[in-house]
Write a new protein. Structure first.
Length: 299
């Protein structure tokens, strides 16, 4: 049962005269509930408990969420909460929270706000002083990384890459010198294009592509990017994909041009020249002064 603070206060003060004028009504709690990414049995006991006891459930797609709620015999009022409605619906949900109602936020799969709607509401709830509680659960990102066979010590999660080829390639080029394992989400209609771009930019690196994690047709492809692309071109493309790419080889040395390009990329993201130079130099063991001087020469 969710903690009832008002009842707790009444029990503690049961022997004292009631001073109703001093009673403070607590604000509601926003629960960020992770749901299964495939197999319905992957939901946690705590998630089920919260879903059964909150006042209302805000769902990315009420039709999708109704399936899991029906499966577990949960009947609660639902609010549709998807991309185009996010800003409008967040106001309605915040009003309920301020009135003392508890709300569970769920996406179609995984954790709200992580490559899914939810970030707008979560940010506003925090800004307005409301309680936000995480109910963790299944994660496609972590599941894929754990079975990839690649380094898990450090990794960079990029979510979905841009749909436009030029923008996608630009980001991949910026990531080509990244010293950490890379993880991406990708839709079925773009998986071949994305893997083709990765083959061109990342070369012979190893990778793992996981399809339909925890579902009936789960499949994992491991090997070089080129080998995986060849397999994908001969297979049925369907479902959701997670791509894990090997980090840049330690022995790879930056050319001066590569280093300056990375400094420029960081500056475009808002870093000052000195800060960008320091970051690149420290990451790759270069001279900060020399790199700084070279970056000025190319302008």
């Amino acid at each position: 049962m969710l903690f009832d603070f008002n009842n707790s206060i009444n029990c503690v003060n049961s022997k004292k005269p009631k001073k109703t004028e001093n009673v403070v009504r607590l604000k509601g709690t926003l629960y960020i509930v992770s749901t299964p990414i495939g197999n319905l049995e992957d939901i946690t006991l705590r998630a089920l408990k919260v879903l059964k006891e909150v006042d209302v459930i805000a769902a990315e797609d009420t039709r999708h969420s109704s399936k899991i709620l029906t499966h577990y015999g949960i009947s609660k009022p639902l609010i549709s909460y998807w991309g185009e409605k996010e800003k409008v619906k967040s106001t309605e949900i915040l009003e309920r929270l301020h009135s003392g109602r508890s709300v569970a936020l769920v996406s179609d799969a995984g954790t709200p706000g992580i490559s899914d709607p939810g970030a707008v509401l979560i940010k506003r709830a925090i800004e307005e002083g409301l309680s936000v509680v995480s109910i963790p659960g299944a994660s496609a990102l972590i599941a894929a990384l754990s079975i990839s066979g690649l380094s898990t010590e450090e990794f960079t999660f990029m979510g979905f890459l841009p749909a436009r080829k030029s923008q996608r390639q630009k980001i991949l080029k910026e990531l080509s010198l990244e010293p950490r394992t890379l993880v991406f989400y990708e839709a079925p209609h773009r998986i071949l294009e994305t893997m083709s771009d990765m083959k061109e930019i990342f070369g012979g690196r190893k990778a793992a592509v996981v399809k339909e994690i925890s579902k009936i047709y789960e499949e994992i492809l491991r090997g070089s990017i080129s080998e995986i692309l060849n397999k994908l071109e001969r297979s049925t493309i369907a479902g959701e994909y997670v791509i894990v790419v090997e980090r840049r080889a330690e022995e790879t040395r930056l050319t001066t041009g590569d280093a300056i390009s990375e400094v420029s990329a960081l500056m475009k993201k808002g870093l000052g020249r000195k800060e960008a130079v320091k970051k690149v130099a420290e990451t790759y063991g270069l001279s900060k002064k020399e790199l700084y001087d070279k970056s000025l020469e190319v302008e």
